[in-house]
Design a binder for this molecule. Sequence first.
Ligand code: AMP
Length: 115
Amino acid sequence: MAEETIFSKILRKEIPADIVYEDDRVTAFRDINPKAPTHILIIPNYNIPTANDATEKDEAVLGHLVVVAGKIAKQEGIDEKGYRLIINCNRDGGQEVYHLHMHLLGGRPLGRMIV
Ligand code: AMP
């Protein structure tokens, strides 16, 4: 079984988070250290530690992350201007929390890439 992270505690509502969306498969909340006016993390409701651990059984939930990102972008009013979706993996990818998550960033021009 995957190790517990701070995101498991957020899912169980043991620590506070500014949750903007939740359903039976994914949960989304504002990043505590936002890098853009809109910075939201969308996570599966069970722990897949990294993109390396994703398997065929996770395909539906991982696809759902993108569908929900689009809904939240609309909710945030950034869908027309645009936004960026990022999944970091392991050390070189800058991953800090080992519960796979998608960053939704927007609300200002982000440039061509974040480095
Ligand atoms: P990553 O580097 O892709 O693993 O991103 C982890 C993100 O989680 C960072 O942007 C952190 O600011 C964010 N984060 C860490 N702890 C919390 C928390 N308790 N609530 C919201 N966001 C958090």
